[in-house]
Every structure is written in structure tokens, then in C-alpha cells.
Design a protein around this ligand. Structure first.
Ligand SMILES: NC(=O)c1ccc[n+]([C@@H]2O[C@H](COP(=O)([O-])OP(=O)(O)OC[C@H]3O[C@@H](n4cnc5c(N)ncnc54)[C@H](OP(=O)(O)O)[C@@H]3O)[C@@H](O)[C@H]2O)c1
Length: 252
């Protein structure tokens, strides 16, 4: 099989999640996808264990991967070692993973805050660093896509802090990597039904969206596909709001 390139996608195992949809769409576009996940996080969340969904993901043609805990600062280099051996030089990196158990100012202590920063900020940073240091222009134009959110995120203060850091990281890294031929962008997928919203909240959010529905995983995945394509090569250092106008035009 002649792949268009090799890509690493993090946070990929939940079938209902955005990462899983990104993996499936990129594989359908001809990418050789190295997916990564961390099922212990899911087991501790309201949606519960999703180990069977990993098998389903790895059954998709063109998809391989491994489990890795991105709280571990050694994980990104180890992950790249395995990925390069499995799929060859990595041409794109899509950081979808996130740690967000929730918690406001009076709940989040130093340990909680450090954990958010370790997974969401340091994990993303070290993956970007591995990507940049191993990137070879001969593998094709380089691409990094990070996932952000939209403030205010009341009740998820450590998550909000971490996403703010990834935003500025994205802009700074984009400036450094442009001359290497690597674009670096970020997406806010907007409120997306990935298992965290009640039916009542979903209805309320859909009503306040100017287009009249909440985001679906394929919406952000479509943007990733474009950013990774040849045609997406003129966009860099951008923060794209993939939310049907919700962040700018929310209907009261
Ligand atoms: N859903 C929304 O409404 C929404 C809104 C705004 C922004 N976003 C952003 O969009 C992205 C995708 O959202 P989502 O709802 O689809 O995400 P999600 O499913 O809640 O989380 C992504 C995945 O990250 C992985 N992960 C957690 N801890 C990890 C660790 N220590 N090491 C490695 N991986 C770890 C988890 O496991 P697996 O890898 O096993 O899946 C998790 O399922 C996230 O970055 C999120 O912040 C989402």
C-alpha cells in the first residue's frame, strides 16, 4: 500500500470520541496511522472501560498503535521509537488526548493541577518536540494539529489553564517550525457529544448554536483532514473554531 504519509494521533480509543473519528478519516484518506490511547483514564470516567473499542480501532485498515501514558515524560520519545519502527518517518502529529476530570478553584489542588499540566501541556509539548527533531522534509510537508477548547471553562479550571498553555505553545512552535516546512495549528471542536453531555444539556446547547446542533466528531475530523492535506499547507499558527459559530454567535 502506498500511504500518503505516516501520522500519530493521540487520544484515539473511544469510538464516540473525536480522536477515533480523526483516525478513521485519515486512514480512509490513505494515511498510515499510528494511534495511541490510555484506557485507564477512560475506566475512571463516567463512560467506563473501553478496551474492546481499541480492538475495533486496530481492525481499521491502515491503523496500528499502542497504549501510552502521556503523564510519563519518557512516553513521547518511546512512543515515537515504536511508531517510526511501525509506520516509518512521521509526517504529521495530531494531539487529541486530554485529561479533564473537572474541578473548580476550590477543588483543584497542586497535585491535580500538576497532573493536568503533565498530560495536556508537557505531553503535547514533548510530542511536538519529538516530531520536530525527527522530521525529515523528504517525507513530505510536516503538520502538527493540537486540540484546544473555548474559555471560560467554569468548573474545569486546571483543564482551562492547560488548554490556554497549549494555545500559546501552538503559536510559538508554529513560528519556529515554519521555516522547516511544518505547519502548526489548533482546533476548538466546540461542545461535542462525546459522552459527557446529558440529553437536556445537548438540547440546550443545540438551541444556542446559530446552526442549530452541537458539534459532532466528524466536524473537527474534517478540519484535521484539510489541515493535513496539500491544500491545507498555507494555514499555520491558526486557532480554528470548528463549532458552527457557537463561540462567536451563540444565541442567548
Ligand atoms: N468533547 C468536547 O465537547 C470538546 C470541547 C472542546 C474541546 N475538546 C477537546 O477535543 C479533544 C477531544 O475531545 P474528546 O471529548 O473526544 O476527548 P476525550 O475522549 O474526553 O479524551 C481524549 C482521550 O485522551 C486520552 N488520555 C487521557 N489521559 C491520558 C494519558 N494520561 N495519556 C494518554 N492519553 C490520555 C483518553 O484515553 P484514550 O486515548 O484511551 O481515548 C481520552 O479518551 C480534547 O483535546 C478536548 O480537550 C473537546
Amino acid at each position: 500500500m502506498n500511504y500518503v504519509g505516516a501520522v500519530i494521533v493521540t487520544g484515539a480509543s473511544r469510538r464516540i470520541g473525536i480522536g477515533s473519528e480523526v483516525v478513521r478519516q485519515l486512514a480512509a484518506d490513505g494515511w498510515h496511522v499510528f494511534a495511541t490511547w490510555w484506557t485507564p483514564y477512560d475506566a475512571a470516567m463516567p463512560w467506563g472501560s473501553n478496551r474492546d473499542e481499541v480492538d475495533e480501532l486496530l481492525a481499521v485498515p491502515g491503523v496500528v498503535g499502542m497504549q501510552a501514558d502521556l503523564a510519563d515524560p519518557n512516553a513521547p520519545a518511546a512512543l515515537f521509537d515504536v511508531a517510526v519502527a511501525a509506520v516509518g518517518p512521521i509526517r504529521a502529529l495530531v494531539n487529541v488526548h486530554t485529561y479533564d476530570p473537572g474541578g473548580g478553584l476550590e477543588e483543584i489542588d497542586a497535585t491535580d493541577l500538576d497532573r493536568h499540566l503533565a498530560i495536556n501541556v508537557r505531553g503535547t509539548y514533548l510530542l511536538c518536540r519529538e516530531f520536530a527533531s525527527r522530521y525529515t522534509p523528504g517525507s513530505g510537508p510536516g503538520r502538527i494539529v493540537n486540540f484546544l477548547s473555548g474559555p471560560p471553562l467554569v468548573g474545569s479550571v486546571a483543564y482551562a489553564i492547560s488548554k490556554g498553555a497549549v494555545h500559546w505553545m501552538t503559536l510559538s512552535i508554529a513560528g519556529e517550525l515554519a521555516a522547516k516546512g511544518i505547519t502548526v495549528n489548533a482546533i476548538n471542536p466546540g461542545p461535542t457529544d462525546t459522552g459527557w453531555m446529558s440529553a437536556e444539556l445537548k438540547t440546550r446547547l443545540a438551541k444556542s448554536n446559530p446552526i442549530g446542533r452541537v458539534s459532532e466528531p466528524h466536524d473537527a475530523a474534517n478540519i484535521v483532514r484539510f489541515l493535513l492535506s496539500e491544500d491545507g499547507g498555507w494555514l499555520t499558527a491558526q486557532f480554528l473554531q470548528s463549532d458552527g459559530g457557537f463561540s462567536q454567535l451563540a444565541v442567548p
